[in-house]
Structure formats: C-alpha cells, structure tokens
Design a protein around this ligand. Structure first.
Ligand code: ADP
Length: 420
C-alpha cells in the first residue's frame, strides 16, 4: 500500500517532447508526479513546478538530491525519460530500495564501449570493436580497422555522430568530423565523462528492427517489434520509418526476441522499459544496442495496446505497481515516420500539411521544428522536423501512407544569414 502522499518521480531533460505524453498518462492514471530535471542548473525552481534541479552528468550527486528529497516527500517510483537520466534513476532507486535496473546496467546503456565489452564477456556475438579518443592520432591504428566500419560517439544517441567508413580515407574524415562535433559547445555542455571518446565497430549488414519491451524482475515482455523498412546503409543513419506488426516470419521474430533477451541479461538489465535495435544479416540477429528506456520522442504514440492504453501509461503502471496484464498490441497496423532534416538552414515552415493529412491512414502530423530556428541534419544534428503517424489494416498500407504523406510535404528551409 502506498502512502497517500507518495509520488512518482519523472526525470526528464529540457527538450523532452515525451514529458508531456507521460504527464498526460499520469493524469489519466491519477498518479501524482514529482519532476526532476536538468533544464536549469542555476535556479532552484525555475518553472515554479517544484522540479528538483538535477545534473544527469553527475548521477551520484543527483541521486543524493533525490534521496534527500525523499526525507520530506515519499517517492515510490522513479521513471527516467531518455538516456541521460538512466544512471541517476538507477542509483536513486537502489538507495531508496525501489525496483529498478542495477546502476552498472545503466552505465553500460550510456556507454557503447562498455556495452560491447559486457556482451562479449557474456559470450554473445559482437562485431570487432575498438575505442578511440578524439585527442589521439588514429592513423597508426588504421590497419587494425574492420572496414567497412561504423564510428560513433560513446555517449550520444539518436544516431548523432554515427558515420560509416568504407576505407582509411573515409575513416579519417569521419573521425575528424566526430571530433569537431564533440568539441561543439552544445555537446560539451552535456559534460559526460566519455565525451571525448568514440567507438569503432564492424559494419553489420542487413535489415534493421527495433524492439520495445518491458522487463519485470528479469522477465521480458515483448510489447512491439518494429520493421524499419528504409535501408540503413550509411554513411549516416537516419531512422525515418518504424512500422508494426513486423512482416518477418514468426521464426525470425523469435530469433530477434531471443537475441535481445540474451543481450539484456548480459547487460544485467532487469526492470523497466527497454528499446533495442537489431540487424538481421543472413547468419542471424545482431544486437546493435539495448537502451534502458522506451522509444524516444513522440514515437511512442505509434504504440497502443488492446485495452486502449498507451506506452507511457503502461510504463507508469508498471513503475507504480499497478496490474498490467494482458499486454497485447491493438489489432491495427501502425507506424511513424521521423521526418528527416534534408539540409541545414533556418526552418521557415511547411506547406502541404492539409493534403498530407488527407492521405488515408494518416492519423496525425506533428511538426516539432520551430519556425525561424536553425535546423541541422545528421550526423551533426540530433532532431527531426517532426513525426507522421499512421494506422491502417496492414503494415504495407501504413508504410505507403507514411511515404505518401511525406511526399506531400514541402519544407521551407532558408540559408542561415552570414554573421557580419
Ligand atoms: P545511437 O545510440 O546513436 O542510436 P546506435 O549504435 O544505435 O547509436 O547507432 C545508430 C544507427 O546507426 C543504428 O540504428 C544503425 O542503423 C547504425 N549502426 C550503428 N552501428 C552499426 C553497425 N555496427 N553496423 C551497421 N549499422 C550500425
């Protein structure tokens, strides 16, 4: 039984679209929320909503702030949104005796090198991999690189800074480009310990899939398996389309689920949502990563369960200890397109929204880029112009609708004015 004044602590960063979805879900479930955020480091309560000011790059100190708060305010569950808050949540949960992932699992999910080491130590397949510092000269190690390979910052996400290199020249260009990105002030401000490091690993061919799951004391419930029907061959890896149910044969789906289960176990993930990315070359599924969070941005709107509940609701119910059986996805096929940024510049708006919304199957189009603001494509950027959502009778129809709607949109992007 919970205290009458018990709260669920939602940890989120400044730019989280997701926060709103979780707040709405908490309202529907009558779960009282407390917020913890790193949106402002200097003021105590900048938004006057009682949010705890935290620094997710200092998880021990942030967990300490939460524990201190719990002396006057009963905190019965903690839900981190996005990758950056995961370690803080794990440490605070451990200190407060709440069910969660062990802090070491959270650490592996924030560090691609540690994750690869853990999978390897557990005897699971991993591509050849190596860690570099952006401050070293990579040339002496070029001979050891597993071309084609992928270079990626250790602690960024959303494919930011992820670049494929087919040979030494491309490698050096990619290395330089990532080094430049990691030195930018808006990245430096994240102050992650591993900010100057990158992982290089062998390129894994084949189609890609994403699995949403919920771990309950070590048991994996598969919520959704998404196909990513756009080929992701590089040199940059824009997510674009997610469509479910998967069109893979059952047996292949089971192989993917088995690979994710084994990887989650190797990373000692055991409680809460997971989002896994998997490639499927001819010789079997290869796990790219398992994150200790749900699918990001507004994408969770593409997931709905038969009882009508949403993914944020399911995650909150689980964290709050409410019953969640049965977890069966709705009958309709569903999908989302993360609208890629085609070029750098100033975003001036979009035309054709009404025509795009008329496409049968299209449920909603959310443009999240702000007019008159600069936009940056991958690999330096980490955001999208917006999201298109579709529901229809089949995955084929959903994919068609998303492509058709996207084709009807015309984005107005102007050049950035030169600094005089
Ligand atoms: P992030 O955490 O930034 O999303 P990922 O490791 O998931 O980083 O990589 C982002 C995308 O880059 C993946 O979804 C995949 O398309 C591509 N990618 C990353 N590593 C590899 C690899 N070893 N082989 C093939 N593609 C890769």
């Amino acid at each position: 039984m919970k205290n009458a004044d018990a709260k669920l602590l939602l940890l989120s960063t400044t730019s989280s679209y997701e926060t709103r979805l979780f707040v709405e879900a908490a309202e529907r479930l009558s779960i009282p929320l407390l917020f913890g955020t790193d949106r402002c480091h200097r003021l105590d309560d900048p938004w006057q909503d009682g949010a705890l000011p935290l620094r997710f790059e200092e998880p021990e100190a942030s967990a300490g702030v939460i524990v201190e708060q719990s002396r006057t305010q009963s905190i019965q569950a903690i839900v981190p949104l996005g990758d950056r808050a995961v370690r803080t949540a794990a440490l605070a949960c451990q200190a407060l005796g709440l069910s969660h992932n062990p802090p070491s699992a959270a650490e592996a999910c924030r560090n691609k090198f540690i994750a690869r080491q853990r999978l390897q130590a557990a005897g699971l397949w991993v591509p050849p991999f190596a860690r570099f510092s952006i401050y070293e000269d990579p040339r002496p190690r070029l001979d050891e690189m597993p071309f084609p390979c992928v270079l990626k910052p250790l602690s960024l996400s959303a494919s930011q800074g992820v670049i494929r290199a087919n040979g030494p020249e491309e490698f050096l260009a990619a290395f330089e480009r990532i080094a430049r990105l990691l030195r930018q002030p808006d990245i430096q401000v994240l102050r992650e310990e591993t900010l100057g490091e990158l992982l290089v690993e062998g390129f894994i061919p084949g189609p890609e899939f994403a699995l949403e799951g919920l771990l309950d004391h070590g048991r994996l419930r598969v919520l959704v398996l998404f196909d990513k029907p756009d080929p992701l061959e590089g040199p940059y890896f824009e997510e674009t389309l997610y469509v479910t149910p998967s069109r893979l044969p059952e047996a292949k789906q089971r192989e993917i689920i088995g690979a994710v289960e084994a990887a989650a176990k190797a990373l000692t993930l055991c409680h809460g949502p997971i989002h896994a990315e998997v490639r499927l070359p001819a010789d079997g599924p290869r796990v790219l990563e398992v994150a200790a969070r749900a699918i990001g941005g507004l994408c969770s709107r593409a997931v709905r369960f038969q009882t009508g509940i949403s993914l944020p609701e399911l995650i909150l119910r689980h964290a709050w200890g409410l019953p969640i059986e049965p977890v069966v996805r709705e009958d309709a096929a569903a999908g989302v397109m993360m609208i890629p940024i085609p070029q750098a510049g100033i975003f001036h708006g979009v035309e054709g929204l009404e025509e795009a919304r008329q496409v049968p199957g299209i449920e909603d189009i959310a443009i999240t880029a702000k007019p008159a603001h600069p936009i940056v494509p991958l690999p330096e950027g980490a955001s999208y112009l917006g999201f298109i959502f579709a529901r229809d009778s089949s995955s084929e129809a959903v994919e068609r609708a998303l492509r058709e709607a996207h084709g009807r949109l015309r984005f107005r992007i102007g050049p950035e004015l030169p600094v005089v």
